[in-house]
Write a protein of this length. Sequence first.
Length: 83
Amino acid sequence: MTTRDANRAATGQWFVFAEESTTLDGAVRLGDVVHLLNNYQTAQGGWLEINGNGDTGTLHKVYTSAYCVRGGAASWRFKAPAP
């Protein structure tokens, strides 16, 4: 969680863009493929992407990139938690 004091230059704010929406309302739904853009310096923070396996105790290495479509590395999907 990012607090107001810790949110330097809007680095804790993200824009969510769905690749496509099932209806014309623009809402993001579970299962939609999305891209996440960081708001650092007025949305110049880059697109969130995976770049390989994470270090010990982590799942992935995550970075931001200038490109939102790079071989699926910046594609994310919201899933419901397991029951």
